[in-house]
Write a new protein. Structure first.
Length: 256
C-alpha cells in the first residue's frame, strides 16, 4: 500500500516468498538463502538486485539505501542498488578483524544506523553514512544475557532490547545504560513499534492481542527514563510503558 497516494502497488515476483521486508523505496522478498530486491514506487517496481547468502536467511531489514540480512550467525550489510561505478558497499558482522567475537542473533536498521545483537550480550551500532561508514564503538551496549530482538527508535538514540530470557530493557547508547521494563510482557511478543506521534511511547504487538501501548508515569529511572505502570485514560485500562527523556541526544549524526 502506497500510503502517500492511497493506492495499492502490485509487484510481480517469481517465487512464493517465505519472508518479506519493506523499506522507504524498496521491498525484499525471499526464500531460503535467496533474496530479491524490487523498487517499491508508484510507477517503478523494477527488480534491482538478487542476492544469494551463505546460510538460510532469518531476517531482512532495509532502509532507503541499505539492506541488513541476518543469516547463519552473521549480518551482511550492503547497498541495495549499485553506485555509478557499478560497485556496492558491503560488510559482514561480527567483524573478526576488529576483534569482534560471538554470533549475531538479531538485527534492525534506522534511516542512519544498523544495529545488531550477539549471543554474548552485545548490542552494536554501525553508522550508515556515505562519508562515515563506520562502527560506533563508543555506543556499544553490554548485557549478561544473549540478545534476542532489537527495536530502535527512528533516530537510533533509544532501543528496546529483548534478551533470550524474554526480559526487556530500554537501551541508551549515549550513556551505555540499559534500564529494565519491570512489567514488560514476557511472552508472545511479536513486535515493538515506536509511536510516531509521541516519541516517548512504544507499542507492543502480542500474539493474542492486536496492540498494547506502553507508557510510564510514576517512577523516574536513570537519565530521565521513567519506568512503571501507567494508565490509558482514553480506554480506562492499565498499561505498562516506558517514557524517555525527549531532550535531544546525538549518536554520530543522528538526533532523537
Amino acid at each position: 500500500m502506497d500510503m502517500v497516494n492511497r493506492q495499492l502497488l502490485k509487484i510481480p515476483v517469481t517465487i512464493e516468498p517465505q519472508f518479506i521486508a519493506l523499506g522507504a523505496m524498496h521491498c525484499a522478498v525471499g526464500i531460503n538463502n535467496r533474496v530479491y530486491y524490487h523498487r517499491c514506487l508508484p510507477k517503478d517496481t523494477t527488480l534491482v538486485d538478487e542476492q544469494e547468502y551463505v546460510g538460510r536467511v532469518e531476517k531482512v531489514c532495509i532502509n532507503e539505501r541499505y539492506a541488513a540480512v541476518l543469516a547463519q550467525g552473521t549480518v551482511i550489510l550492503h547497498e541495495i542498488e549499485a553506485g555509478h561505478n557499478g560497485s556496492r558497499q558491503r560488510r559482514t558482522f561480527p567483524d573478526t578483524a576488529d576483534g569482534d567475537t560471538g554470533r549475531a542473533t538479531c538485527v534492525a536498521v534506522t534511516p542512519t544506523l544498523m544495529v545488531y545483537g550477539t549471543d554474548q550480550g552485545a548490542v552494536e551500532f554501525f553508522l550508515l553514512d556515505s562519508k562515515e561508514w563506520a562502527m560506533l564503538s563508543g555506543a556499544t551496549l553490554r548485557h549478561s544475557t544473549p540478545i534476542k530482538a532489537l527495536y530502535p527508535n527512528p533516530s537510533g538514540t533509544r532501543v528496546v532490547v529483548v534478551d533470550s530470557s524474554n526480559n526487556a530493557y530500554l537501551g541508551n547508547p549515549v550513556t551505555a545504560e540499559m534500564t529494565p521494563f519491570p512489567q514488560f510482557p514476557t511472552q508472545s511478543v511479536k513486535h515493538v513499534m515506536w509511536d510516531i506521534n509521541d516519541s516517548n511511547v512504544v507499542g507492543v504487538g502480542l500474539a493474542r492481542h492486536p496492540h498494547l501501548r506502553l507508557r510510564a508515569d510514576d517512577a523516574v529511572g536513570p537519565d530521565g527514563v521513567q519506568v512503571g505502570p501507567g494508565r490509558d485514560k482514553r480506554r480506562g485500562r492499565d498499561l505498562d510503558a516506558a517514557r524517555v527523556d525527549p531532550a535531544p541526544r546525538q549518536i554520530g549524526r543522528a538526533h532523537v
